[in-house]
Each structure stands twice: as C-alpha cells, then as structure tokens.
Design a protein around this ligand. Structure first.
Ligand code: LMR
Length: 337
C-alpha cells in the first residue's frame, strides 16, 4: 500500500470516528423506569414506545427501559423523576398521592367502572385530560393513560363473602382510597412497594393482596396464594409521565415524533391489556396452584353493598365534584350498588 492510500485510510477513519461521536453527542437518552415484568401490559407498551421512538426519530432518541423495579422502587422512582435521574415513568394511578395529586385516587374507588368502555370515557375525555394537566405544577407532564385492568383479591383462604376478609392483613398501594376500601372489609391494610409483595406473601408478613391477574401471575404470586376471587372490584391503570423541563428541552421536531410514538404505543397498550390479563388468568388456572373463585350474584351484591360507602367517605379527599363528573360521564348510579 502506498503512502497516498494510507493517508486516505487515516482520513476516512478519522471522519467515521468524528461522525460517530457527533451522532452519539446528539443522541437523546430517555431512562424509563417501571416496576412490573416485561411480559405485562405496561412492560410490553414500554418496549413498544422504545422501538417506535427509535424508529420515528431515526435513532436520534434512545429509550432505555428498566423494568421490574431494577432501578427504583415505587416511591423512589417518583423522586428520581422529579430530580431528573430518570425521565419517564408510568406509575399506577394509585401512587400519585405522594406527588400531591391525590385526585388520581378517584380511579381506585371500588366498583366505579364496570368495564374498559366506561373507564375510557374518563381517560380519553376531558376529565382525564384535566387530571393530567394538574401535574404540570409539580414539574411533571402527563402524556397518556395506559390500561392494565380490573383487580382480583387473593389470600390463602377463599374470599367469597365480605365477612371472609375480617382480620386479614393485606398489601395495598399507597392510595388512601384503597386503605378505606380494605378497612370497609375489616382488613388491616399494609402499604408496601410492589417489589416486596411476593416475599411478604411468602413469609406471611401479609395474608393477601389485590392486583390484576397479569401482575399476579408475572410476579409469581400464584405460587404463594392459594385462592383468588374474580371480583373485578376496582381498576388499576397508569399515567405515563415525564420530567417537564427535560421534555420541553427536546427540540420541537424530535418531540413531535415522540408524541407520535406515545400515541401509537397508547393504542397498542390499551388494545393488549385485556388479552394479557385473560392470558395470565389462563396460566394461573393451568398452574393448579391457586384456586380461582367466581362470585355468585348475591355475593357480588354483598361486596358492592359493603364497599359503596367508600365513595362518600373519600369525597372530601378526592373532591365530590370530580366524583360526580365521573358518575355523569359513565352513567354510574351509586344507588344501584
Ligand atoms: C402495584 O403496586 O400493585 C401496581 O401498581 C404495580 C404496577 O405498576 O402495575
């Protein structure tokens, strides 16, 4: 090889190295932390957002997803978002109280929604948008609602009548509405991070818990709970949130592509949520480890009767007007419970 060729080679290598550095320096990194398994509605939707964000921005944006409380547990992740250690989260709506946005606990009211259609009247409508807008004052932007599903109750004894709950210790998320719900059943509720639930059930620190089946199965709770009742007594879903200063600092053309990626991931999330929960239920049944219980109409009516008072009890905390506006949007009539 002559000197001229070697010279060209060196220049080419230097140019490639320079371009590589320029691209890396230009790349925007988004750390997205969450607490559930990858194989869940939220886990899959986060992966979808990662893929779409890369593809719509021609790899200008790199989303790093940290599932399963790998990076932060429930409470820490909210602090990390505010400090800018992570940029994106999708906490359960039951976990916004510590941010000073306790109105989100309205979604925890027992038997408020009968199905996803009623729920979407709120999350896709003006009430949902107004709730997300409240986060702005906390330095947070709410981008979307992602569904999980309806919660089931589990324990090591059958839970059929409200009286069956009396004296049990059950794990709940940090919501005061969930605290009131459990107390209305005579339960002693224990707030605990999601990552600690399996062990707490295994060692008997708590007797039972509530969650959609997708969470129950992917955290292997079916290995340590003998009974699960298909009660659908409440909803569990998420708001995808970002650090406001970070998000607004992203160049507008890139942000527009991220908004598109979020809109498409939201459609995906809310399409798969029900089927993921149905699949998980099938897997729990197949495992033979947890007996799945179905309520009779009379038993379901008794649960509703025991729990409806929580709506009234919590109206001071959440706001009677907000509760009424949801009743109106969904056609819910508390008199029918
Ligand atoms: C829980 O803590 O039970 C759930 O909120 C976990 C989740 O994010 O689905």
């Amino acid at each position: 090889m002559n000197a001229w060729r070697i010279g060209i080679g060196v220049v080419t290598m230097a140019w490639v190295a320079m371009c590589g550095t320029a691209q890396a320096a230009d790349q925007i990194h988004i750390k997205f932390s969450h607490v559930v398994a990858i194989d869940t509605p939220k886990g899959k939707a986060a992966e979808k957002f990662r893929e779409l964000a890369a593809s719509y921005t021609n790899d200008r944006v790199k989303v790093e997803v940290y599932p399963n409380s790998q990076l932060f547990k429930d409470k820490e992740e909210l602090e990390a978002l505010q400090m800018g250690t992570v940029q994106m989260l999708a906490p359960s709506l039951a976990k916004f109280g510590p941010l000073g946005a306790k109105e989100f606990e309205v979604f925890d009211l027992p038997f408020l929604f009968d199905n996803y259609e009623q729920l979407h009247k709120v999350t896709y409508g003006p009430i949902g948008q107004a709730l997300l807008a409240k986060l702005s004052a906390k330095g947070i932007l709410g981008l979307a609602y992602w569904d999980n599903g309806f919660k089931q109750m589990s324990a090591n004894k059958p839970l059929k009548d409200p009286a069956d709950f009396k004296g049990l210790k059950m794990r709940i998320q940090s919501s005061k509405v969930l605290d009131a719900q459990m107390r209305a059943l005579g339960v002693n509720p224990q707030v605990m991070a999601f990552s600690e639930v399996y062990q707490a059930l295994q060692t008997g620190v708590v007797d039972g818990t509530e969650n959609p089946v997708s969470n129950f199965y992917t955290q292997k709770m079916h290995e340590v709970q003998k009974f699960m009742t298909l009660s659908d007594h409440g909803y569990l879903g998420y708001a995808v949130i970002v650090n406001k200063a970070f998000w607004e600092g992203i160049p507008a053309d890139v942000r527009a592509q991220l908004d598109r990626a979020m809109a498409d991931s939201t459609v995906y999330a809310n399409q798969i949520a029900k089927q993921e929960n149905d699949k998980a239920l099938e897997a729990v049944r197949q495992s033979g480890k947890t007996q799945v219980q179905v309520l009779t109409n009379e038993q379901r009516a008794a649960w509703k009767k025991a729990l409806v008072k929580v709506h009234q009890e919590m109206s001071g905390r959440i706001g009677a007007e907000l509760i009424q506006s949801i009743y109106q949007a969904t056609g819910f009539d508390p008199g029918t419970l």
